[in-house]
Design a protein around this ligand. Sequence first.
Ligand code: IVH
Length: 678
Amino acid sequence: MVDKNKIIKEYEIRLNKLKLYNDQYYNKDNSEIDDKEYDKLKKTLINLERKNNFLIKKFGSVENIIGAPIQNKFKKIKHGKVMLSLSNAFDLKDMEDFLKKIQNFLNIDRSKIVLSAEPKIDGISASLTYKKGKLTQGLSRGDGIQGEDILLNLKTIKDIPVSINDKSFPEKIEIRGEVFITKKDFAKIKTKFANPRNAAGGSLRQKNPKETAKIPLKYVAYGFGSIMPETFSKQSFFLQKLKDWGFQTNELNTVVKNLDEIDEHHGKVENLRSSLNYDIDGIVYKVDDLNFQKRLGSTSSSPRWATAYKFSSEKAFTTIKDIIIQVGRTGAITPVAKVEPITVGGVVVSNASLHNEDEINRKDIRVGDKILIQRAGDVIPQVVSVDKLKRKKDAKKFIFPDKCLCGSKLHKEFNLTTKRKDAIKRCLMGYNCSYTAKEKLKHLVAKDGFNIEGLGKRVIDKFWDKNFIRLPADIFNLDFKKIEELEGWGSLSVENLKSAINKSKKISLKKFIYSIGIRHIGMENAKTLSGFFKSIRNFLKMKDETYRKSSLINLSELDGIGSTQLKSIDNFFEERLNYNIIKTLSDRLEILDHKDENKDGIFSNKNIMFTGGLEKISRSEAKSITEENGGKVMGSVSKKLDYIVVGNSKPTKSKIEKAKALQVKIINEKEWYKLLNL
Ligand code: IVH
């Protein structure tokens, strides 16, 4: 007699593995195994099913759903307009901040801000291009700049019209929307995928569109990318148009006028949430007026005119098994609670963040405690509260370590902005600490930096353990023969990695500066530095102390570069190893000179400073307009200034005096608009 339970167990272990690989593949774009191994695993499962019918009864068949080989490489095509992601809001206070920022930026009365409120369906975004009413292109989001050509698969979705006959339909338009699967349809294929989003993603990326067609996918439209001509003035009007043109839009879309209405609407939809036939994880609020949207523009990652207000997160009780510490790429030490695995919001959770030492002390969190945890969005779950009544008498207070995992002493830094010691303890060893180093390497190759596909976090860990990599340059000097011998690697995945690495060798100065991970230098500041240094050659000169001193003084005049950044840049070049790292990289790579994004702009090569409040627009909008027109906004008066724009409200006298003395051209707000032809 065969042991049925044993077979079920074995099948389940393999099935879970398959699900994990699916998840890695579809959601994280970073599979541990190659196609061949994936197929082998699936075949084993199918054989088991065939021999043991009860498996199919219990789990359904693997064959039905993920029957076809997964398409690995779709053709990549550039989006007409980049697909950004959204900033998040988690409570009403965040929404108040969102509104305040808009109000300040536009320098308008709060009552003028009307928002389009749209449920945020948790699926996969897809961009559809129509030319003269015909669907000609269908792309996934990809990295936001380039998407994958999944037109044939998208065409199997009934909600997506292939031709539109309507006079008001633009000549050329990119329609943006979400591909998803209903809860009911997901229930039928539940054993195969971790969640509906995963199922939609998996189905969309099939090699054979017939496989995509097997899963009933839906499409709801919510936005546009490039468009010609634009014949509407509000997002809410556009949503109405979408309906007229034959697209599905969400039936709960509406407009709201103020914080109270946001709050009320949010509560209403949250109550409806469980009764809807599709997963939503929040509401997207967008400034309704498209002119305002254009003026607001976006930061490097998300538009200023929209945010996703997430629903309150799901909570669950569990027990702390252990408290460990993790080291981040900046050396920051984060305590993490290892908890009894528990499902929260459809995802198995086994870690919860404890933030920092103060937080542990404040909540008095101990190993063995029963805790309530919550999961919000994709972030690591957090501890909400500790049930102290259930605590065992002998539970010991957690003593926060004063040494890093690498053994070196931890420090709390002095924060120049708050003029206080940081709450976070840090290891300051950089690449000399193997824990920090690994995280730095992960940052280097991530999407916003070198963007090396196939070199995800787990791969970095593995390569590190195998001694393949220690410093950034090692990535460009890998021994692929050795990699091919590793478990889970085949010739195909090695080839893919090789070509991804080769591709990444050409990199903009901005991304390079961002990737090397100088503290306090995010993408915006990296852009500023890139514009300042212009070439890697100049950047490398920072090794020289005299050059560095004078450069830092010049840098201090740039907007966004404050004392924290200056100190950090100085520290970075003070450390010999850092210089060696970037020098070695620069010898191996092609780091492209800075390209001014708008070099034909009216302010190209011009330095501008503002003093005093402007009447019509805010300082931030003035900055973004200046940059859009090729100019640089400075933070202080110097000879380098081409213009100082004096606003009506409280300009600084001493700055104007200094500008006069230096013979800098002084103009008022009106004259500035005139230069811009506004
Ligand atoms: S607007 C720049 N509107 O949410 C504007 N996004 O990070 C970005 N999503 O995966 C998107 N419903 O596909 C927008 N009504 C809606 C949406 C929506 C769902 C998804 C979007 C993306 C994510 C935003």
